[in-house]
Design a protein around this ligand. Structure first.
Ligand code: AMP
Length: 114
């Protein structure tokens, strides 16, 4: 399984603006923010894409979503709303092959996405 830049962030080899961490999850600000708030929630464990998830990963995926929703509530924008996105592979627009959940907030989102 090849390393990504996110592994370096997990190991603190490159800097990141970390907003949450626990035993399984790290969350940090996206370097190229697409909204006033743009945070990435990642598992510490290297899982390349959604396609690599297994049955036993269900609690981890739930924890990723809950970490994001908890963050949204704590930051006070949960009522205004936000968007959670996981891109998968080329057509999904994935560029870093370490599973991550985007939390976007602070502006009106549009649909359909580009
Ligand atoms: P995706 O295109 O869904 O794979 O998302 C990858 C995201 O990682 C992009 O939004 C990038 O801006 C973001 N990203 C890449 N390198 C870094 C970094 N060093 N620190 C924070 N975010 C990064």
């Amino acid at each position: 399984m090849s390393e990504t830049i996110f592994d370096k962030i997990i190991r603190r080899e490159i800097p990141a603006d970390i907003v949450h961490e626990d035993g399984e999850i790290l969350a940090f600000r996206d370097i190229a923010a697409q909204a006033p708030t743009h945070v990435l929630f990642i598992p510490r464990r290297q899982i390349p894409t959604l396609n690599d998830l297994e049955e036993g990963d269900a609690p981890l995926v739930g924890k990723l979503v809950l970490a994001a929703t908890r963050y949204a509530k704590a930051q006070g924008f949960s009522e205004d709303g936000y968007r959670l996105v996981i891109n998968c592979n080329r057509h999904g627009g994935q560029s870093v092959y370490h599973l991550h959940l985007h939390l976007l907030a602070g502006r009106q989102m549009t649909w359909p996405p580009g």
